[in-house]
Write a protein that binds this ligand. Structure first.
Ligand SMILES: CC(C)(COP(=O)(O)OP(=O)(O)OC[C@H]1O[C@@H](n2cnc3c(N)ncnc32)[C@H](O)[C@@H]1OP(=O)(O)O)[C@@H](O)C(=O)NCCC(=O)NCCS
Length: 246
């Protein structure tokens, strides 16, 4: 038995007014309020696109609710969850970065995190790596040339953010004890990680891909049910969405 985590992504820079209007039409009053609060139109566009994409995907996952019907609440850390409903509600995660949005939806008993990052930002990679990466990750980075180091930094950063989004921001202090290993294979990288979290027993499944130049998306998923009831392995499928189908 396997369980699927479905990841859907969409570039937003070329979104038409009609597509944006279609996205806004399925948002709740709270989401409209949040949409109006953005200072920059591109951020508002990405917010609307991400939330509409999530609503469409939740409805395609469990068809008894239309995209407008979903209600959400947030825990103290800001992590959103579905607010009630009949039967086991799906688990999900959402991300938006400039010009790119993605969401991941999966079974209720799977912790899911998805993160999209652009690598054309000006960041102090050494300082951030010293704070959030393990010693062996830092050592592996320092063996690379500048270009490869920057690429690998964003790979690791995006993967760690995905794990944080799956499990919660209380995980931040333990990020340096988490070491990712990536082995490049013909059909994509084989990604594993070591550390207390991995040893705690949850089998994790990761995906990392570049939907377009300058961006990457990482997905982290782990079963939360007791081992005997846990469907293994998890599969992660990643597809591009087209808003015209919404
Ligand atoms: C919460 C956090 C993970 C969100 O990530 P981000 O890269 O800023 O933004 P993203 O676009 O990827 O995700 C935003 C979405 O995540 C969701 N989210 C918000 N808080 C969340 C949380 N605590 N846990 C999981 N998901 C959360 C929301 O859906 C939000 O979108 P919305 O506000 O439109 O509903 C981020 O703000 C954070 O605290 N990151 C830790 C930073 C850090 O030190 N990372 C080290 C990594 S090596």
């Amino acid at each position: 038995m396997t369980a699927e985590v479905r990841v859907v992504w969409r570039p937003t820079s070329a979104l038409t007014t009609a597509e944006l209007d279609a996205a806004l039409a399925v948002l709740s009053n709270e989401e409209h309020e949040q949409h109006r609060r953005f200072r920059f139109p591109d951020d508002a566009r990405d917010y609307a696109a991400a939330h509409a994409l999530l609503r469409a995907e939740l409805s395609s996952w469990c068809g008894n609710n239309g995209p407008r019907d979903w209600r959400f609440n947030r825990d103290a850390s800001g992590k959103p969850a579905l607010a009630g409903g009949r039967g086991p509600l799906p688990s999900f995660s959402l991300t938006h970065t400039h010009g790119l949005v993605a969401c991941a939806v999966g079974p209720a008993d799977v912790a899911i995190g998805v993160d999209a990052e652009r690598d054309d930002r000006d960041v102090d990679t050494r300082r951030l790596a010293a704070r959030f990466f393990s010693r062996s990750e830092i050592a592996a980075l320092s063996a690379l040339d500048d270009r490869a180091r920057r690429e690998r930094f964003f790979d690791l950063w995006t993967l760690k953010e995905a794990v944080v989004k799956a499990l919660g921001i209380t995980l931040l202090p333990s990020l340096p004890s988490m070491t990712f290993h990536m082995v490049d294979r013909e059909n994509g990288a084989d990604i594993r990680f070591d550390g207390p979290l991995a040893a705690a027993g949850s089998p994790w499944t990761f995906a990392l891909f570049r939907p377009e130049a300058g961006c990457r998306i990482a997905v982290a998923a782990a079963g939360t049910a007791p081992p005997a009831e846990r469907p293994i392995p998890l599969t992660i499928s990643c597809i591009r969405a087209f808003f015209t189908s919404m």
